[in-house]
Design a protein around this ligand. Sequence first.
Ligand code: MV4
Length: 499
Amino acid sequence: MAKINKLLIANRGEIALRIMRTAREMGIQTVAIYSEADRSALHVRYADEAVCVGPPPSTESYLRADVIIDVCKRLNVDAIHPGYGFLSENANFARAVRQAGILFVGPSPESIEVMGSKLAAKAAVANYNIPMVPGTPSAITDRSEAKAISAEIGYPILIKASAGGGGKGMRVVENEAEFDEQMDRAVSEAQSAFGDGSVFIEKYVTSPRHVEIQVLGDQHGNIIHLFERECSVQRRHQKVVEEAPSAILTPEIRDAMGRAAVDVARACGYYGAGTVEFIVNDKLDFYFLEMNTRLQVEHPVTEQITGVDLVKQMIYIAEGKPLSIKQDDLQIKGHAVEVRVYAEDPANNFLPDVGTLDTYIRPQGNGVRVDDGFEQGMAIPIYYDPMIAKLITYGDSREEAIQKMIRAIDEYQISGVQTTLPFCRFVMEHNAFRSGQFDTGFVSKYFTPDKLTPEPDATEAELAAVLAAYLMENQKPKTNGTTSQVTTKVSKWKANRMG
Ligand code: MV4
């Protein structure tokens, strides 16, 4: 069994820090890589060693597989954690890492490859009785055949790119008259975006919920699931709010989805942390869509409700250890909600608003977790994803987690850039969200910029502070000789501490 003594994190920002924190707890040395835009980033300062791998554009730095592997050889790195995005789902990278004799903290290149193709994934799970949306099992080659199948399953249908993901290369077809035009678009989009024009057809499930199951597999064939995350609050395929558990699943459906997810993982010989994505319709029928072969942005909500450190498990798995957690050991405790804080202006069509964090004060207190990679005074680079932070709250119940979230959002102080915090507050306050009765159409159905409650401006806040100070002053007990004893008497311990 391998022992990882030194880990390189091939990523930046909050996830690089998140991974390094666990590595440090495990006594593992950490190596950061960074681009010229990230010289003073927190992940660079946190690491035991840090190496600049190139200019700001990620194609010249965070995506330079060759440079990163060279750094590993030079610094005697045992393993690479890719985080999410960048090289995390690149089978060729995972293969090159393996060939260089370095451990990849993630699945095998073969699993990444199979799940990277929607059609290969469908083929892989074909023998496992996994519920799938009716459609074509392979790439469309014959249009008249495809039209016949579409007529049979019934319009509307979806044309999806096999190499696609996250909604890219997807086309809704309402009726047969639109078929050819949408087909041409889908194929050319898929060809130019992924270099692979293969597309397939699925019945269009209207207003679905997005529910995903976290799985962990070891290299000995043991696979467990860590329940679901509800990710239906999205805008343009960008998740905004995630929670665990889902407000709508019954224990029976949760169990069935969990078992289906484990089967999906088993079908591709999966090891590491992975996420099996399902859509759920209004009758709570669920269908397998795709598997993400990485640690996901929203993993903290699963950690909060299970008490499992997913990064720690990933590292053990990469070392070849058998899973120490059994399915029956796991239990959902409490409820967690995550909101993504982006440097985007929700009042202006979520336009990225990069700039400097003139004020940056995190919320604190019981049940609040902030995963971020910034400090006050730092600039948000234009080259990367504009996510500033993930704000996660945890409570005994969904209601408590939501109340904590509203409190935490109100405590968060950010100036210098517009953020999605007011939008997240809108979601938390909304009846549809509160009741749990929402789907992937939530944002387009309910949100318009006029729904944002304006944040108190500076003059208002100052006025409030002055007023508060005045009121406090007038509430102080009148001092006299008899009470002075109470305030001046200091214990020996405290006096010593105060030096
Ligand atoms: C679907 C669907 C409806 N019917 N497939 C979008 C992202 C990609 N992972 C799959 N997606 C969808 N596939 C069928 N057969 C609706 C979506 C979809 C969606 C899925 C999850 C979360 C948000 C979504 C937003 C729009 C469409």
